[in-house]
Design a protein around this ligand. Structure first.
Ligand SMILES: Cc1cc2nc3c(=O)[nH]c(=O)nc-3n(C[C@H](O)[C@H](O)[C@H](O)COP(=O)(O)OP(=O)(O)OC[C@H]3O[C@@H](n4cnc5c(N)ncnc54)[C@H](O)[C@@H]3O)c2cc1C
Length: 350
């Protein structure tokens, strides 16, 4: 395990922000994790620099670095997928946190297992997936998650969280709130179904399948369709650096919706669990830096809002995290002024 000093992170975040970590290490197996904790003990006795604050990094596809990281960045490279249990109806899988999420989707759909096919092509690692309960095309991680294995950073002990303990919600979990920066997620355990369990009611997916006359014979047909839609809809970070949806959709009550509809009768919304979800992309598209303009497709220096996807902020090259963050603040205040709604970033600002 090699500890690097002053390590540049530009290739390790999909926004392509050039910042340095004071210290950097890659973790390849659980022995590395334990060794790191021994170093921690050592440092607690004044032996080294590793009593530093820590940041765990997977694919860097949901972070915005606003400055150099004054601590230790730990890149999760824990690999391995194993089948723990199998019966006539389901399969339980343990997947190490450093695996690429889409590789786990491929592993599952190849075996005809249902449950994560709608989450195809979400960038990043398995270990980061519980952080914001990843979701797309009508599915969420919480539909299949059983347990999360994690190291307690204060004691070095391993803890197994049950799904209920993870407090998963819309792009949210206990790991983003009460337990922020307190645990390193090393593995997740999922139960997938062997029985057909297709989830194709999400409008865009339903329309795509119909238009292309795709008959669903297995989960792979769905993951292929989702992958095709995503490739067409979302900018590839390898071409235009971005971190996917920068903001979360907004949840409001029915009364608040009624008030908004008086001024904005065309406002789109979806009813979910007694609340109303308003697409943040629509709000961003329907206000702009000047009267009559839209943020969608707007560019300011090195930063902009993607022209096809108002939720996605992009780095046209050389932007700093601070520039992107200030740009995001302008959008937040415009949306607040016009609609009275508060946009909250989905991306983790660091
Ligand atoms: C083009 C694009 C499309 C996207 N589409 C979607 C989508 O449809 N749905 C969706 O939900 N998300 C989407 N995202 C966001 C992103 O892919 C997910 O949030 C993903 O789970 C992030 O994984 P990562 O490994 O890149 O996490 P990172 O960006 O490396 O980390 C994200 C956060 O989790 C923490 N973290 C990471 N790993 C661990 C760990 N093992 N233990 C503890 N903390 C950890 C980090 O410290 C950081 O705070 C998209 C991103 C992009 C770029």
């Amino acid at each position: 395990m090699q500890i690097h000093k002053n390590y540049n992170l530009s290739k390790l975040n999909t926004f392509g922000i050039s910042v340095n970590a004071k210290f950097f290490v890659e973790i390849h197996n659980e022995t590395d994790v334990k060794e790191l904790f021994k170093m921690e003990e050592f440092s607690a006795r004044g032996g080294s620099a590793f009593g530093e604050k820590k940041l765990f990094l997977g694919g860097g596809s949901n972070v915005l670095f606003t400055k150099d990281f004054d601590g230790l960045v730990i890149l999760n490279k824990l690999k391995g997928i194993e089948i723990l249990n199998e019966d006539l109806e389901s399969v339980t899988i343990r997947c190490m946190g450093g695996e690429i999420w889409h590789d786990l989707v491929t592993f599952s759909v190849k075996r005809g297992l249902w449950g994560i096919e709608n989450l195809a092509l979400i960038p990043g690692t398995v270990g980061a997936a519980p952080m914001q309960n990843i979701g797309a095309y009508g599915a969420e991680l919480q539909n299949v998650l059983q347990n999360v294995e994690a190291f307690d950073l204060t004691t070095g002990e391993k803890r197994i969280f049950k799904r209920e303990e993870c407090k998963l919600g819309y792009r949210d979990s206990i790991f983003k709130n009460e337990l922020k920066d307190k645990y390193f997620i090393t593995a997740v355990i999922l139960t997938l179904s062997k029985l057909e369990n297709k989830n194709i009611t999400y409008k865009i997916l339903e329309e795509y399948l119909k238009k292309n006359e795709i008959e669903i014979k297995g989960p792979k047909d769905i993951s292929d369709a989702v992958a095709a839609i995503r490739k067409n809809k979302l900018p590839d970070p390898a071409i235009i650096p971005n971190a996917g949806s920068f903001f979360k959709n907004v949840f409001i009550g029915k009364e608040e919706l009624r008030k908004l509809q008086k001024n904005f009768p065309q406002i789109p919304y979806f009813e979910e669990d007694g609340m109303v979800k308003v697409p943040a992309g629509w709000l961003i598209e329907h206000c702009g830096p000047r009267d009559g303009t839209s943020w969608r497709g707007y560019r300011l220096g090195n930063v902009g809002v993607h022209e096809k996807q108002a939720l996605v902020l992009v780095n046209y090259g050389g932007a700093t995290g601070e520039e992107i963050s200030l740009f995001a603040d302008k959008i937040i205040s415009d949306v607040k002024e016009k609609f009275g709604l508060k946009l909250v970033p989905e991306v983790n600002l660091i």
